[in-house]
Design a protein around this ligand. Structure first.
Ligand code: CAA
Ligand code: NAI
Length: 279
């Protein structure tokens, strides 16, 4: 494997592109608009500069990593990729369209992975003619820091494809954990109900935003409170995952109306400058 295309240059896509380029791969970073790709590349450059300033990376290495990243606004560029990792928005219709197009332009051997947080891998795979080469590769946010990759097989995923993705995750400095294809997999089946419960706690007036976060930070030693974490993930993404859990597993996972209200207001967290907190 030499060339990896990352589709979606948002917070996850840019992080995945960074760790792939740091692991020595040629990386094509794709989004629907050049300004989104450039924003992703700038985030990567900023992260690498910080590592150089901290003495964790040589300046020459930073330049080498940046030189391995190529911008793209055409999915046809996936024709040059041995692996595509899709990290566009958490929406089945959009992912299905992307996977149909990728299936049409990619060579037969190309593996198609999705960084989806919660959507069924089997359903994504079914829109292609290569379901055996489709797999879930679920990174955590912020990608350069977090060690976990959940690796999820669809019903038809080949063992050899699983093995390649497991090995690649290690080469990127991550620890792969195999989980089954089910709503939210493991990470978000457990995490998102906690975040949703924090929003219900706020909605019902049990405590304020900072108080809820303090309880979980000081009381449970979480590095971030659940509402700060929701702002980091993006409230649109939290809601999308919660909807998948609700639809797949019943009423206990119903998203809090306050979460919907924030998303409708465009208060999506850090990425829009306002969520539970202002940035
Ligand atoms: C929704 C899903 O599908 C799945 C998910 O991803 S759920 C979200 C999972 N992520 C979490 O739960 C994150 C919880 N938070 C944390 O672990 C920590 O708060 C944190 C790692 C984000 C920040 O750690 P911190 O100690 O509070 O802050 P800070 O000292 O600034 O950062 C620690 C290191 O991370 C780096 N870092 C922090 N944010 C970063 C980012 N966005 N990009 C790159 N590097 C980052 C810092 O540069 C620093 O690096 P060094 O150790 O080399 O100095
Ligand atoms: N935010 C998080 O903490 C995590 C998110 N994920 C998943 O990663 C994916 C991306 O999430 P984020 O990076 O947070 O979102 P984001 O909103 O930061 O970025 C999404 C990017 O996808 C682009 N995009 C939309 N449609 C596209 C298309 N048709 N082709 C190419 N690009 C397209 C958007 O322009 C945007 O730049 C989602 O599936 C999400 O569930 C997975 C792990 C953690």
């Amino acid at each position: 494997m030499k060339t990896i295309m990352v589709v979606g240059a948002g917070q996850m896509g840019s992080g995945i592109a960074q760790v792939a380029a740091q692991a020595g791969y040629a990386v094509i970073l794709n989004d629907i608009k050049d300004e989104f790709v450039q924003r992703g590349l700038q985030t990567i450059a900023k992260n690498l500069s910080r590592s150089v300033e901290k003495g964790k990376m040589e300046a020459a290495e930073k330049e080498a990593v940046l030189s391995r990243l190529k911008p793209s606004v055409a999915l046809e560029d996936a024709a040059a990729a041995d692996l595509v990792i899709e990290a566009a928005v958490e929406n089945m219709a959009i992912k299905a369209e992307i996977f149909k197009q990728l299936d049409a332009v990619c060579p037969e051997a190309t593996i198609l992975a999705t960084n989806t947080s919660s959507l069924p891998i089997t359903e994504v795979a079914a829109v292609t003619k290569r379901p055996e080469k489709v797999i879930g590769m679920h990174f955590m946010n912020p990608v350069p820091v977090m060690k976990l990759v959940e690796v999820i097989r669809g019903l038809a995923t080949d063992d050899a494809v699983y093995g390649e993705i497991e090995a690649l995750s290690r080469k990127m400095g991550k620890t792969p954990v195999e989980v089954n294809d089910a709503p939210g997999f493991v990470a978000n089946r457990i995490l998102i109900p906690m975040i949703n419960e924090a929003v219900w706690t706020l909605y019902e007036g049990i405590a304020g935003i900072e108080e809820i976060d303090q309880v979980m930070k000081l009381g449970m030693n979480h590095p971030m409170g659940p509402l700060t974490l929701a702002d980091l993930i993006g409230l649109d993404t939290v809601l999308a995952i919660c909807e998948v859990l609700h639809e797949g597993m019943g009423d206990k996972y119903r998203p809090c109306p306050l979460l919907r209200k924030y998303v409708k207001a465009g208060w999506l967290g850090r990425k829009t400058g306002r969520g539970f907190y202002q940035y």
